[in-house]
Design a protein around this ligand. Structure first.
Ligand code: AFP
Length: 343
């Protein structure tokens, strides 16, 4: 008979992990825990569809243009609908907002109104779908500020500092869910054979030694002198910094996930020439703030070049921002260059 040895490490499903985290908070009612369950379930569903994208008729652009002026892929709509329909009737959410919708998404009439607000980017990096590169879902959960009736715009326009939970799902060579509720950043990998997310990356901290920097060099012509000089600094043109290698997918979740696990930083600066992107391309509410919350709890930092992303109070639902995120020392250095050369 073969000698079978078992690895002594515990197998922890996402359900068990979330429940254990809930027990740390005696005041918890379980509502948040259930929202996380539903998001994990949405992730499984979206993952199952994305892996079939190359096979099925759902691949390809629809005729719709979303409010960001981008062509909407069918998978985006599917992901958007999945998250909405898993959360619209549960009595846990007061209002939702999605990167795919111009306006707030109210809870349909007849369903109970809850105390949390859910903002999400259902399928970020969707221009990569055709090329089989990593894409992802980003979510942000706040407590509502108003006390009764349907959730409002005020409930949605909160600074990232108020986040209760944020996380993302990455659909890559494996599917992962990474989230924080303020006590550590934890990563779970989907075992497709049993359909469970298992804890594979407990207490993620951004490695102290930065490995890569990540940015779209194709936009350099539109960058300010401070951003250009900072980029040269990262490339080792000054004696206090050894050159870093560069990696860029063009899918924020993929680029951020690599940064979180390998160390380094991602940045998408403000665009000085394109009047449509004076504040950068990325969305504060759906992309920058939730990832900034994760970076913060993993020992990192996120900035718009001047301020901590978590302190920015959004004025509109689809507000854009410049984003520098990852290793604290590198992001602070970016701020230093921008303040010195661009003011
Ligand atoms: P898509 O969802 O249109 O692919 O946009 C992805 C994204 O918002 C973000 O995920 C990337 O970091 C960024 O845009 C890439 O932008 P560039 O193509 O301009 O580098």
């Amino acid at each position: 008979m073969p000698n079978i040895t078992f690895n002594q490490s515990k197998i922890i499903t996402i359900e068990r992990h979330i429940l254990e985290e809930q027990q740390i908070h005696p005041e918890a009612t379980g509502t948040l825990t259930n929202i996380l369950y539903d998001l994990a379930l949405a992730g499984k569903f979206i993952a199952s569809q994305t892996t079939r994208a190359g096979l099925s008729e759902i691949l390809g652009a629809t005729e719709d243009i979303n409010i960001q002026g981008e062509t909407v892929m069918k998978l985006d709509q599917l992901a958007d609908q999945t998250i909405f329909r898993l959360n619209d009737h549960t009595g846990r959410i007061a209002v939702m907002a999605s990167e795919e919708h111009e306006h707030l998404i109210p809870i349909p009439k007849g369903f109970p109104i809850g105390k949390y607000v859910l903002l999400f980017d259902p399928l970020d990096g969707s221009s990569n779908i055709d090329y089989n590169a990593s894409i992802g879902t980003i979510f942000a959960i706040y407590r509502r500020l108003t006390t009764e009736g349907p959730g409002t715009m005020e409930d949605c326009l909160q600074p990232g500092r108020n986040l209760v939970v944020s996380g993302y799902l990455i659909y890559g060579s494996s599917t992962m869910l990474v989230y924080t509720s303020g006590s550590g950043v934890h990563g779970f990998t989907l075992d497709p054979s049993i359909g469970e997310f298992l804890l594979t990356h407990p207490n993620i901290q951004i490695p102290k030694e930065p490995k890569y920097y990540s940015t779209n060099h194709g936009n350099e012509i539109f960058w300010s002198p401070g951003v250009l000089k900072f980029t040269h600094w990262l490339q080792g043109y000054e004696p206090d910094q050894k050159p870093l290698s560069s990696r860029y997918i063009g899918s924020l979740v993929g680029d951020f996930h690599r940064t979180l696990l390998s160390g380094g930083m991602f940045y998408y600066p403000a665009d000085t020439h394109d009047l449509h992107k004076p504040h950068g391309k990325l969305r504060l509410n759906y992309e920058a703030a939730p990832l900034a919350f994760i970076a913060h709890h993993a020992g990192g930092y996120a900035s718009d070049g001047h301020h901590d992303i978590l302190d920015i109070k959004p004025e509109t639902l689809h507000q854009r921002t410049a984003l520098y995120i990852g290793d604290t020392r590198l992001v602070r250095k970016a701020e230093e260059f921008i303040n010195k050369f661009d003011s």
